[in-house]
Design a protein around this ligand. Structure first.
Ligand code: ZN
Length: 459
């Protein structure tokens, strides 16, 4: 029986859903990449002398925890491969301890709004993914008949916009389109008051981050979340999810909705928790995304909501583009923040970005695991096979050193466009190894991203 093992991971700090603190343990992985045994003590290679040397990993004092499941990523292939692609995006994921990504339906051309379009995406992704990948479908006006076939084809949910998405091929929906479907919302929506507000913005300084912030006030998110929570209550057999919550003013509404038993989940992003509007330097369009990074005081309230469970998960919303679309080919004081593409690139850096901030706040490794893996697995229906280290689960594991620091430089970034607001920052948390279904896909000691693309489609 022992002879069938493909990999063994042992260490003194292994975190599972069963313990609040990491504990000594040994994980045995079978030839199918599943966890076949979990032993509550550290082992030595002597017990596994039939294994090749590099098939026995002693993680020492590094943290060993379930791989990160980033449930909000834009890989933009096919169609916008100068922005990102399956290969570069999933290599970045592997380097960041992310073992599963869920790709968004928009910014690829075509968007994932029909089964035919979905097939084009799967074809484009074939043989290029270093980590496992699932897909969301999109809802746009008039594609209601495509939703059931898309579910049958394996999408994990649908994303719809209540405001201009930023790309022409993915128009926003209205309340009628929203009924009878399974949904995730980009929760910003304009009202007639906001239209007037937008007109007065034309006179503002377009190079200032503040002008952009004023153009996307919290009220847009409140309008949308009020509609979404109302619909979620009305159609309570459908699970509803709010993507990238930024507005803390909406927290009470969400809390009330959840306490009424509405099946609602909410995510926020690394940038809303770890960046603030006050710190955006002049011309730094790499800090721009929609909804926007808001003030420090807003960030504090998001942290409270995350810690009390009102916010379920933290994702990257990795939404890259070229440096030109960010206006970065211009001088700092000539960059138009209003016009620049709204999206932040974080995929490889989520764990250290969040840990650096969470550490200061006294958060535990179990907190990180809950926000980054456990709750995102559940959100996309993967909790029976991913998001935990336990017998029968896929051996998706990240091994990292929380005490070690590194500096974000262009050299280490695996995603296509080396544009990120975290450039130059010193972060706590160095990923040592990433394991996807028993395959080592990232090894800091062996040239970083290694092996061949082992990612499978979660459809
Ligand atoms: Zn997004």
């Amino acid at each position: 029986m022992l002879r069938d093992l493909s990999l063994v991971v042992t260490g003194s700090r292994i975190l599972t859903s069963n313990s609040t603190d990491p504990l000594p343990a040994t994980i045995e992985i079978d030839k199918n990449g599943r966890i076949s045994a979990f032993i509550s003590k550290k082992s030595t290679i002597d017990s596994y002398d039939f294994l090749e040397n590099n098939k026995f990993i002693d993680a020492g004092d590094n943290i060993v925890m379930p791989g990160i499941i980033d449930a909000h990523v834009h890989l933009n292939e096919p169609g916008r491969t100068d922005w990102e692609g399956f290969e570069t995006g999933t290599k970045a994921a592997a380097a960041g301890g992310v073992t599963t990504v869920i790709d968004m339906p928009l910014n690829s051309i075509p968007p994932t709004t029909t089964v035919d379009n979905f097939k084009q995406k799967l074809n484009a992704a074939k043989g290029k993914c270093w980590v496992d990948i699932g897909f969301y479908g999109g809802i746009i006006p008039g594609n209601q008949n495509d939703l059931i076939p898309l579910i049958n084809a394996g999408v994990k949910g649908f994303k719809g916009f209540l405001i201009n998405s930023g790309v022409d091929e993915f128009p926003c929906v209205n309340e009628q389109d929203g009924q009878n479907s399974l949904f995730m919302f980009h929760a910003e929506m304009e009202s007639s008051d906001d239209d007037n507000n937008n007109k007065s913005l034309e006179t503002l300084d377009k190079t200032s981050y503040n002008s952009f912030l004023k153009s996307r006030p919290q009220s847009l998110e409140l309008n949308a979340i009020s509609l979404v929570t109302r619909l979620a209550k009305e159609y309570s057999t459908v699970r509803t999810h709010i993507v990238h919550l930024s507005a803390s003013d909406a927290i009470d509404m969400i809390r009330k909705s959840k306490s009424d038993g509405v099946p609602l989940t909410v995510e926020t992003c690394f940038h809303y928790l770890c960046l603030s509007a006050e710190e955006v330097p002049l011309g730094r369009t790499d800090f721009k995304c929609c909804p926007p990074v808001r003030e420090k005081i807003n960030q504090e309230k998001l942290w409270q909501a995350l810690l009390d469970g009102t916010i379920d998960s933290v994702v990257s919303d990795h939404s890259p583009c070229t440096a030109e679309l960010k206006g970065l080919d211009k001088k700092d004081d000539e960059r138009d923040v209003i016009k620049a593409w709204g999206g932040i690139s974080t995929l490889q850096l989520g764990l250290p970005v969040l840990w650096t901030e969470a550490k200061k706040r006294g958060c535990s490794f179990h907190n990180l695991y809950t926000w980054l893996s456990k709750n995102t697995a559940k959100q996309v229906g993967l909790q029976e096979k991913k998001g935990d280290i336990k017998v029968g689960h896929d051996a998706d594991i990240v091994i990292w050193n929380p005490e070690e620091t590194f500096v974000v430089t262009k050299d280490i970034i695996q995603f296509k466009n080396k544009v990120t607001p975290y450039m130059g920052r010193t972060l706590y948390g160095v990923v040592k190894k990433t394991i996807v279904r028993g395959n080592i896909v990232y090894d800091a000691e062996r040239d970083g991203v290694i092996n061949i693309p082992h990612g499978s489609f979660l459809v």
